[in-house]
Design a protein around this ligand. Structure first.
Ligand code: TMP
Length: 224
């Protein structure tokens, strides 16, 4: 049985869609389940998300960026994730601590061991029991986002993080940054193969969902 499942991957990898599909599936099986995300799973988090992702005139320094993600996580764990566990609700989280390692660690170059310690503090030592890494080439993810923007379906319109003109701050980073993030995620997956399941995000939405569903079904049958 698993109670905490996170979804990770580069921008445009389709995590958000898969979180919703899995939530619908688990609810249809009569399970208590909720979905949430980082950054932005609480009211404070939504303010932080806007500050983090909005394309502003001023750059945010890497340490400031890191502390904002950690602040979002600390509040999210206290306000949403821990209470859900107490109610025996399965939590599906669109990004969690691995994103900090991939983006701020592999992407920005902040020391990974330091990040692991800070992650533990922010998350009260909570670690997902199962993580799906949706992996696809950087260019594919970025071009999906460009298409959404061109079609007027902004990748994050609901949170107001994007400007009407286009992508958010991360989506505007150069391809090399996203490549470091992708390779970082893959390295994390290799180091924890029992927890992190890599899914080929080039497959159709239905195929990806099917793969995720099978893994979750099998895990739910395991004795705790
Ligand atoms: P999203 O668009 O997938 O919701 O994610 C928002 C952005 O925040 C995405 O580009 C990845 C970034 N991010 C970090 O850099 N560090 C973190 O710890 C988290 C949770 C997200």
């Amino acid at each position: 049985m698993v109670r905490f499942i996170s979804f990770e991957g580069g921008d445009g990898s389709g995590k958000t869609t898969q979180v919703k599909l899995l939530e619908r599936y688990l609810v249809s099986k009569g399970m208590a389940c909720c979905s949430t995300r980082e950054p932005g799973g609480t009211m404070l988090g939504r303010m932080l998300r806007k500050a983090l992702l909005e394309v502003g005139k001023k750059e945010i320094s890497s340490p400031a960026e890191l502390f904002l993600y950690l602040a979002d996580r600390a509040q999210h764990v206290q306000e949403v994730i821990s209470p859900a566990f107490q109610q025996r609700t399965i939590v599906l989280c669109d990004r969690f601590s691995d994103s900090t390692l991939a983006y701020q660690g592999f992407g920005r170059g902040i020391d990974l061991n330091l990040l692991r310690r800070l992650n533990r503090l922010a998350s009260c030592d909570i670690v997902p029991e199962l993580t799906f890494l949706l992996d696809c080439p950087v260019e594919v993810g970025l071009s999906r986002i460009r298409k959404q923007v061109a079609a007027g379906r902004l990748s994050d319109a609901s949170a107001g993080a994007n400007t009407r003109k286009g992508q958010d701050r991360f989506e505007r980073e150069e391809v090399e940054f996203h490549e470091r993030v992708r390779q970082g995620f893959l390295e994390l997956a290799r180091s924890e193969p029992d927890r992190v399941c890599v899914v080929d995000a080039l497959e159709s939405i239905g195929q990806v969902h099917e793969r995720i569903r099978k893994v979750v079904d099998a895990k739910m049958k395991e004795i705790p």
